[in-house]
Design a binder for this molecule. Sequence first.
Ligand SMILES: Cc1cc2nc3c(=O)[nH]c(=O)nc-3n(C[C@H](O)[C@H](O)[C@H](O)COP(=O)(O)OP(=O)(O)OC[C@H]3O[C@@H](n4cnc5c(N)ncnc54)[C@H](O)[C@@H]3O)c2cc1C
Length: 564
Amino acid sequence: MILLNPRKHVRFYPDDRSRDIMRKTIDFFERKGKKRLKEDDHGRVWYADFLEFVKKERLFATLLTPAGEGETDGRWDTWRNCEFNEILGFYGLCYWYTWQVSILGLGPIWMSPNTVLRRRAARALEEGGIFAFGLSEKEHGADIYSTDMMLVPQGPGAYVARGDKYYIGNGNEAAMVSVFGKMADTGEYVFFAADSRHPRYECRQNVVASQSYVSEFVLDDYPITDADILHRGDDAWNAALNTVNIGKYNLGWASIGICTHALYEAINHASARRLYGMHVTDFPHVKQMFTDAYARLVAMKLVALRAADYLRAASPEDRRYLLYNPVVKMKVTTQGEDVINLLWDVIAAKGFERNTYFEMAARDIRGLPKLEGTVHVNIALILKFMPKYFFEPADLPAVGRRDGAANDDFLFRQGPTKGLGKIRFHDYAKAYGEWNLPNVNVFKDQIGVFRTFLAEATPDDAQRKDIDFLMALGEIFTIVVYGQLILENASIYRIGRDLVDQIFDFMVRDFSKFALQLYGKPSSTPAQMDICLRMIRKPAVDDARYQRAWQEVYDLRGAYEMSP
Ligand SMILES: Cc1cc2nc3c(=O)[nH]c(=O)nc-3n(C[C@H](O)[C@H](O)[C@H](O)COP(=O)(O)OP(=O)(O)OC[C@H]3O[C@@H](n4cnc5c(N)ncnc54)[C@H](O)[C@@H]3O)c2cc1C
């Protein structure tokens, strides 16, 4: 079984320390228990107990210090960071969030040539410090070009920082806050490090009502010298985007953790409940919703794991991860919403109860598609890769499962963020060609028709500028990439053929749904509409296969229940 079960922690690790970290973290939450977990959530209690545990066990020091930085056993190892993400999401998004924004805060630091600041960060990690990433501003949203945090020169090598930042996680306690802004005189971009304990750093408010602290802070003539500068000019811009490249991938894992815990709760509840003299899990529509939720969740995990392989294999010559990461960000997180919707329709009133994990899941799952770049921003990004992906495949090295004890050096020297439209991919048809299953075959037909759409009913100039039209196109492209990653990893993880075919049952339905959306766009032409209709297909029906897939979900009843 590919899903996390804290009662049976069996994931492969090449070293004991990595395995220990996961087991200790699970143990921390199980000892805390569901009752306290929920009380803290309802009371919006700052998670000092978790941070104390992180400090005592040196968790962030080991996981977030790249090899060669500081004097620790640290390495930045995406294989293990994935599961750490998943475990934190499994127990509560707020715990994940303080870890996630620490990752973001550390990004511009580990990418910086400033060795003094890097050493300071390594020391702070050893001392149990957390970090913050000060990019967003209240007025500017995704438009980071318009930042108005300014460094105003005060003589050679000296400046004062003026401006405010909004939505900045950990801004209340961070040992170092990586702040993005501009030089007031030249307008060039800059990243500098601020200390949240400095008297000129005013932490104004928590802008959200939750356990997390998502701050508004003001730098009021905060003194800065060259020694505090992390990056200038293009490097500062690249550091911002390259940090988000690393960070946004984690949102998919948070969704996977949330959905996995919610699935256990839902199946435990539904399988034990009797209505009209039958078990709720005997209703055909309930079986269908569970099977769909399970298939979607397994697919989410296969995709996120596979994207990690490409992230770890990345180099200046192999930048495929730049497509797969936004796919994880945008698609895995929105699939997470679908999973929770399906489960909630089954457990209905139970999902509101204050003592369930589900009640948190239903709220938190919504955040992940929206943060660190919305779905739209990511689809707009994903579309840049489409022409090369479909029409100019390249011979690129095959990438296997990357679970070794390696430091992912390249993540901190990704280089310029330009040239996305030139990135090449291996032929997606290879992964599809290796699977001969009824629903995979229907899906392959749908892809073929979509290629015809692109080649013969190519969107015109006006459509290429119409973001609304492009969103529908982008959803279809994304699902093709999603399917490729599922199939590649289904082979690696030896997922059973029944489950793979069941996964492609929902993939065919989703493809049809997106085709219909494209059909209905105001500017679609008769030729385009005609091709869209040809993309709409029904999944191959096989009741025996469906019953076997359902049994896999049903067998999860009783497999996990959080300690009370
Ligand atoms: C709980 C929480 C925690 C956060 N933590 C941090 C943090 O620690 N550090 C930090 O720097 N930020 C943080 N953020 C900010 C977060 O990353 C932004 O909210 C997010 O990037 C989107 O910005 P916005 O919500 O202001 O939307 P806007 O940018 O105002 O977008 C409005 C609409 O326009 C669309 N849009 C914008 N640009 C484009 C485009 N190029 N193409 C297509 N559509 C577009 C969007 O999809 C959206 O529908 C946090 C936010 C929250 C709520």
